[in-house]
Ligand binder design. Structure first.
Ligand code: 5AD
Ligand code: SF4
Length: 441
């Protein structure tokens, strides 16, 4: 088998997590990480959520051919692998292995098959046994922040979305394995853990005493682990925001005041066509309840413009919802028809020029709101977890509790330190802070 490998992940944070687990798996096989240009094995961990994701993968595969005509062993993993399956090796014969997001624990076996000249090095099963149980234990983290997948898949079937098809049905990982993995991450140096799931707030499982727990129960148990300073979670669906989870935002100090709660559109007509099963009113009421227990919470969202049938008025309603909410940050996208999803076959697909114009207007509003949120933070004193060095010498960059990037003069502090800072200045994308003191995390 190959000696060195390189994993390139596209798409969401869960793909980043999966990419890290694949790297650990390859290391457990005795391989070493290396640059893409000279790795013996390149794993492309792909995303299928929007526009031309598959096209990007094919052009990336083409670029892997080297000047001397050789090529690395190529594995295509992730959501394009799941969606396209054997089509990939038909279109790109240089691909050796195709493996879906629920089967990547079998990568070593598939690579051996491919090395033996096997034509069946493809696995897009969604096996009943969990891949997590088959992966090596987590090792040392290079960073103070870590991801932990607690829930995967989606049963909601929004009409635009491929996730229920690529990631499968909702599953919750068991309590004990999550506590163990969190402990390993903390032992490895993590001070902050972000719990990941496509519907993370739908997570539920029995705890070690056989009691049914929701996400807030897991957060409470993690908050009690020594050494863990911060907990975040993403992505949540409005309909799974339980009373208990809302209350947790007022009760658990380690739970950061940040909520990524996508709404997608501010028009009830469009929300219905999207099969979102909530309304703009129910969404705004939900935010009121969260703000009642945690008034400073930073709210983030996802938006799609140009869903089939979206009128000028529907779009104006989205802008109104954005203004009413005051997002601390948000992601916004042009609708992209995904093969096999109901919306792809709907009438009234919106012209690209209309989508462009709406996206620009929406993003202009979201930028104004993000800047306003940052400006409101100036004058506050807060903790910042330092994550990387800044562009200027002696400068470190970290995150505020509200997930804003904050630049501080290092002043003896190091990456991984939790420092108390006064926020003194704000731009649209980051803030400047002055270090008040270094805290023991
Ligand atoms: N087109 C555009 N955006 C999409 N998203 C999901 N599917 C599509 C699609 N077909 C966006 C949603 C989701 C985020 C992860 O990606 O806003 O919340
Ligand atoms: Fe992309 Fe969705 Fe797959 Fe994440 S789960 S990689 S966003 S298609």
């Amino acid at each position: 088998m190959s000696k060195t490998f390189h994993v390139k992940s596209f798409g969401c944070q869960m793909n980043v997590y999966d990419g890290e687990r694949m790297a650990e798996l390859m290391e457990a096989e005795g391989m070493a990480a290396s640059d893409k240009a000279d790795a013996d094995l390149v794993i492309l961990n792909t995303c299928h959520i929007r526009e031309r994701a598959a096209e990007k993968v094919y052009s990336e595969i083409g670029r892997l051919r080297r000047d001397d005509g050789s090529k690395p062993v190529i594995a295509v993993a992730g959501c394009v692998a799941q969606a396209e399956g054997a089509e990939i090796t038909k279109r790109a014969p240089s691909v050796d292995v195709v493996v879906g997001p629920q089967a990547y624990h079998r990568l070593p076996e598939l690579l051996r098959k491919a090395a033996a000249g096997g034509k069946d090095a493809l696995d897009t099963d969604m096996p009943a046994i969990s891949k997590f149980g088959a992966l090596p234990k987590r090792g040392k983290q290079a960073r103070p922040t870590a991801f932990l997948t607690v829930q995967e898949g989606c049963d909601k079937f929004c009409t635009y979305c491929v996730v229920p098809y690529t990631r499968g049905a909702e599953i919750s990982r068991p309590w004990g394995t999550l506590i163990d993995e969190a402990k390993a991450l903390i032992d490895g140096g993590a001070k902050e853990i972000t719990l990941l799931g496509q519907n993370v707030n739908a997570w539920s499982a029995e705890d070690d005493k056989g009691r049914e727990q929701g996400l807030e129960g897991l957060i409470r148990a993690l908050a009690a682990l020594p050494g863990l300073a911060r907990i975040r979670y993403t992505t949540s669906h409005p309909n799974d925001m339980s009373e208990g989870l809302i209350a947790a935002h007022g009760e658990i100090d380690a739970l950061m005041p940040f909520l990524h709660l996508p709404v997608q559109s501010g028009s009830d007509r469009i929300l219905k066509a999207m099969n979102r099963s909530h309304t703009t009113q129910s969404y705004l009421k939900l935010l009121d309840r969260v703000r009642a227990v945690r008034p400073d919470i930073a709210v983030s969202g996802d938006f799609i413009v140009g869903f089939p049938g979206e009128t000028d008025q529907d779009f104006e309603d989205t802008l109104q919802l954005v203004r009413d909410t005051g997002y601390a940050q948000a992601f916004s996208f042009k609708y992209s028809p995904r093969p096999g999803t109901p919306a792809a076959d709907m009438d009234d697909q919106i012209a690209p020029a209309v989508m462009d114009e709406r996206l620009q207007r929406l993003q202009a509003q979201l930028n104004i709101d993000q800047h306003a949120f940052n400006m409101k933070s100036v004058g506050r004193r807060c903790d910042v977890l330092l994550e990387r060095s800044g562009r200027k010498a002696g400068q470190l960059v970290g995150k505020s509790p509200w997930l804003q990037s904050v630049h501080v003069e290092a002043d003896g502090a190091a990456i991984g330190d939790l420092v108390t800072v006064d926020l003194v200045d704000a731009g649209p994308n980051s803030l400047a802070g002055e270090c008040v003191m270094r805290k023991a995390a």
